[in-house]
Design a binder for this molecule. Structure first.
Ligand code: PRP
Ligand code: ZN
Length: 299
């Protein structure tokens, strides 16, 4: 297949999304080898290559059709959308899927001892951020006039350096804030990883690979929590047991040879099965309960 027929996926080079993104593609069946420069992962068993780039560059690479797909935080995407809108341009970046990783929030934080009494406390303050457009919109919507100090990194030390009063930055675990004696006071945007695609139509071959990958991604996301559960129970307990099985549609009921009114029940549960559920199943009459992980699923 010639080069133009290979899907190009932009992924964060090193950061919170990198391992999860590559892991997702591997679970979708991709086997890749890394180029010498470490910036390209060449798909060996499918026409799909991964470009490892700075996360802030991903929206542009996809928007300008250098890459067909991108895996990027909604925070980065939203900032790009607003930046383009500010220049009177529209970002045609369709979000194809929301992924189950990379969750974090863009938040305003203040030095630990600083009093904070609602959004009005932001009035007239200097707020350091690498997200001037998202922050700008947040402030405008609340009628707050503040001074946005746009930095390219190391936002968390800005108050100590006297460059700003407050900060607006990404928070995941909160350890960066804690290490810098900052206290989170407002959530500006909740974010997680999403898949975006180029606004350009894809040639048919690429489009069909894209659709296949999306189906596999759906399957991968579904099985993460899914369990296959098998148990024995008296037929009279069937309804109660069905009710207790989390997120299962129609379980298979199999008669058990030589066991009178006992049946075997097999079900795919689309949620995790906790010990409490097993205890309730047992109390409802279930025995020989087995919970198995689901390896793959194709709806
Ligand atoms: C963000 C943010 C903080 C850190 C917060 O940077 O700027 O430094 O993560 O995470 P924590 O709450 O778990 O400590 P990120 O790693 O996303 O890098 P980038 O913004 O430069 O891409
Ligand atoms: Zn970044």
């Amino acid at each position: 297949m010639d080069k133009e027929q290979r899907l190009k996926v932009a992924v964060q080079k090193s950061g919170r999304l990198t391992d999860h993104s590559l892991d997702l593609l591997v679970r979708c069946g991709l086997k890749y080898s890394r180029g010498k420069d470490q910036l390209l992962c060449y798909g060996e068993n499918m026409p799909l290559d991964v470009l490892l780039v700075r996360d802030d560059d991903i929206p542009d690479l996809v928007h300008e059709d250098v890459c067909d797909l991108g895996i990027v935080g909604r925070n980065v995407l939203e900032e790009k959308r607003l930046a383009l809108a500010d220049r009177g341009r529209r970002a045609d970046l369709e979000e194809l899927r929301v992924l189950d990783f990379g969750s974090c929030r863009l938040a305003i934080a203040v030095p630990e001892q600083t009093a904070y009494d609602g959004a009005d406390s932001l009035q007239g303050k200097r707020i350091a951020t690498t997200y001037p457009f998202i922050l700008g919109q947040f402030l405008r919507e609340r009628g707050i006039e503040a001074d946005i100090v746009t930095l390219s990194g190391a936002v968390e030390i800005a108050p100590r350096l006297g460059r700003a009063d407050f900060i607006c930055d990404l928070v995941a675990t909160g350890s960066t804030l804690a290490a810098n004696r900052l206290r989170e006071v407002e959530t500006v945007l909740n974010s997680q990883a999403v898949i975006v695609r180029t606004p350009q139509p894809l040639p048919q071959e690429k489009q069909s690979w894209l659709e296949r990958m999306l189906l596999r991604i759906d399957g991968v996301q579904q099985v993460k929590e899914s369990k296959y559960i098998m148990l024995h129970a008296p037929r009279t307990a069937l309804n109660e047991i069905k009710r207790l099985l989390p997120g299962s549609e129609s379980p298979t009921v199999i008669p058990l040879d030589g066991f009178g009114d006992k049946v075997a029940i097999h079900a795919v549960c689309r949620e995790n099965v906790f010990w409490e559920t097993l205890e309730r199943l047992k109390a409802a009459g279930a025995s020989a309960v087995l919970v198995l992980p689901v390896e793959k699923m194709l709806a």
